[in-house]
Design a protein around this ligand. Structure first.
Ligand SMILES: *Cc1c(COP(=O)(O)O)cnc(C)c1O
Ligand SMILES: [Zn+2]
Length: 478
């Protein structure tokens, strides 16, 4: 708990003076006005957090008080599934807040998936963040970063993206007309579902000959040189918005804290946000315990797993062993290793929020696991069979829960919430290839990644254009 403090804030012309930016490094703790635009600490280069002077904020006494906010749905600040928790995400004046109705998402008890994972009936929940307006959880954070960009008068905003961040930014830009979106994508990897959104919403789309990690480096350089507002999850305001995913999970559980939150790990913004949310709620006395956190990497992009589980990297009160990190990255460079997984949204080898995630793992007694593309796709098919499907990266959470159950780390009686980060329609190529009868299509899309079987395929039945044959097939299979 040491790192989230009841601190005095510097006064700000843009806020009520209760929020400020602060370096996460406890030896530095440099603070910045809320109206400043930075992606890192000026003094030491570490990540920035948004902090609050809670003594100046009127926070509800109980989490259940937030339920009353629903009665004010005519107010945009209460309609949004993010901003109706405004008291816990309080950095913007009400008239600057941007919302397009994000965060109207569902927590569903999923008993078929529970069986697949090995949980007792009633103990496995799926938090469907694919129901957001742009189809992924990114809208939770983007509305917050976009709000801050608007507060500071930005006219252009940029991001590097594996797809969903750019879809979200492009959507906020085109709906609000407040600024121009500029997106950087690596060549060849982005799924058509996501690319189609950015293009149709009118974002300036820079397709770079390189991968996500390359695009990330370039977008930082360009934003700095041209004074463009950067909305990648290195942006601390995104993390604030993403805290609301956990507020809604608690709300759906009638404010009972679950035993486990399981989330896919890419740039580690979500896991960082979840940890910060629980630390703050605990500090404010709004919850009595913090759930355990499981962050799930894809086996082809497993930096966090390598560093945390294999090499013992820990938060260590804000002094993680930087040599472990730089040695590992040097090894990746030496091997010319590139992240490679069907779960393109988590195909990232240099997660920008690594240190914040270490802090979250520390606060939440966390574990990290990695799962193969085979495990991801089988889990995805099980989720989809329940009706509200997800994209491959999302299913890493369910595959990870299954693995942790098999290891005995998660007990069958534990209450487990898996976060489904993105909508099924984001990446239809992977889904159709999984269910196809066309071996060549299967091999082209999935076989090249070591996926050898589609354990839960629902194959189309080919029939001649003949009434009797069609009816025979239907009788046979239904
Ligand atoms: C961005 C994204 C992730 C990764 O989330 P991080 O916060 O970067 O770890 C996972 N799944 C989907 C669908 C995403 O869009
Ligand atoms: Zn610093």
């Amino acid at each position: 708990m040491a790192d989230i403090q009841l601190a005095k804030s510097p006064s700000s012309p843009l806020s009520s003076g209760v929020a400020f930016q602060q370096c996460i490094n406890p030896l530095c703790r440099a603070t910045l006005d809320i109206g400043q635009v930075r992606t890192a600490c000026d003094r030491c280069g570490d990540l920035l957090d948004i902090q609050y002077d809670w003594s100046q904020i009127e926070v509800p006494n109980r989490m259940s008080d937030f339920e009353q906010m629903w009665t004010k749905r005519y107010e945009p600040l209460r309609f949004s599934g993010v901003w109706r928790f405004h008291e816990l995400i309080q950095f913007a004046p009400a008239d600057k807040v941007v919302t397009v109705g994000e965060g109207q998402t569902l927590l569903q008890q999923a008993n078929e998936v529970a069986k697949f994972v090995g949980q007792n009936e009633g103990n496995l929940y799926l938090q469907y963040e694919g129901m957001n307006p742009s189809g992924s959880f990114k809208d939770n954070g983007m509305c917050a970063a976009f709000t801050h960009a608007h507060m500071t008068g930005a006219k252009r905003a940029a991001c590097a993206s594996t797809g969903n961040t750019s879809a979200s930014l492009a959507m906020y830009s085109s709906v609000t007309r407040l600024m121009k979106a500029i997106i950087f994508i690596g060549s060849g990897k982005i799924s058509y579902g996501k690319l189609s959104q950015a293009l149709e919403y009118g974002a300036l789309t820079i397709q770079l000959a390189g991968d996500f990690d390359d695009a990330m480096i370039r977008v930082k350089e360009v934003s700095q040189s041209l004074g463009i507002y950067l909305v990648n999850s290195i942006n601390p305001f995104r993390i604030e918005g993403q805290k609301s995913v956990m507020f809604r999970v608690l709300e759906a559980l009638r404010w009972e804290v679950p035993d486990w939150i399981v989330v896919p790990g890419g740039n580690l913004g979500n896991s960082s946000a979840f940890g910060k949310a629980f630390q703050e709620l605990k500090l404010l006395g709004l919850i009595d315990r913090i759930p355990r956190l499981a962050v799930i990497n894809a086996a082809g992009a497993d930096t966090l797993h390598q560093l945390y589980e294999r090499r013992g990297l820990r938060w260590q009160d804000g002094q993680p062993n930087n040599t472990l990190i730089s040695d590992y990255y040097a090894e990746l460079d030496h091997r010319k290793a590139k992240a490679d997984t069907i779960a393109s949204a988590i195909e990232i080898n240099r997660p920008v929020n690594l240190k914040k995630c270490l802090r979250a793992l520390d606060a939440c007694d966390g574990v990290v696991r990695k799962v193969t593309d085979q495990e991801i796709l089988d889990a995805k098919a099980q989720v989809g069979a329940g009706g509200i499907g997800c994209e491959p990266a999302s299913a890493a959470s369910v595959a990870g829960a299954k693995l942790l159950r098999a290891e005995g780390v998660i007990a069958p009686s534990d209450r487990v919430v898996c976060i489904l980060t993105g909508h099924q329609l984001k990446d239809p190529t992977a889904t159709v290839a999984y269910h196809t009868t066309d071996q060549e299509q299967f091999n082209n899309v999935l076989g090249s990644r070591g996926v050898s079987r589609a354990s839960f395929a629902n194959r189309a039945v080919a029939v001649p254009n003949d009434l009797d044959a069609i009816m025979r097939a239907i009788q046979l299979y239904s």
